[in-house]
Ligand binder design. Structure first.
Ligand SMILES: [Zn+2]
Length: 153
């Protein structure tokens, strides 16, 4: 999957950081929350419903100054498995990778169950991804409830 010039230029380019591309349209803001970028104090550009020749519409996030690790990017796979990550150095693509599905997601997801202990005590949050082989599901370690990915956040 190579980015065409048009796609690359759809958002202002960055000199050093990360481009998260091929996000399914509608998931961009969710990925932004998952990455906790509102606390990051770095320059973030988000494009929603951009034209994509392969996807029709897509979202894209550019983060100046942060190189996302494959581990950090893997939590995006649950909501956007087709997403590709490009690391930018000196205004050029220095590396690319696809997101891989993690086994667990820690800390970033709030459990939708209001009775769950993680919502009223300061406890680590942990979700199992695709429990028992069920695709697009997440299970809370603490209340053991299973949620479809669309019910999260
Ligand atoms: Zn829970």
């Amino acid at each position: 999957m190579t980015m065409t010039l048009d796609e690359t230029l759809a958002l202002a380019s960055i000199s050093h950081g990360t481009v998260i591309d091929h996000i399914p349209a509608g998931q961009g803001m969710r990925l932004h929350r998952l990455l906790q970028l509102d606390n990051a104090k770095v320059c973030v550009t988000i494009g929603l419903n951009l034209y994509s020749p392969t996807m029709g519409k897509k979202d894209m996030i550019k983060i100046e100054g942060i190189e996302l690790s494959p581990e950090a990017a893997s939590k995006l796979a649950v909501f956007a498995p087709s997403t590709t990550i490009a690391i930018i150095k000196n205004s050029e693509v220095a590396g690319k990778f696809s997101v891989s599905m993690p086994e667990v997601i820690a800390d970033v997801i709030q459990c939708p169950n209001p009775m769950c202990v993680t919502n009223y005590e300061k406890t680590d949050r942990l979700f199992y991804v695709n429990p028992a082989g069920k695709n697009n599901f997440l299970r809370c370690k603490y209340c053991e409830k299973t949620y479809m990915q669309d019910e999260i956040i």
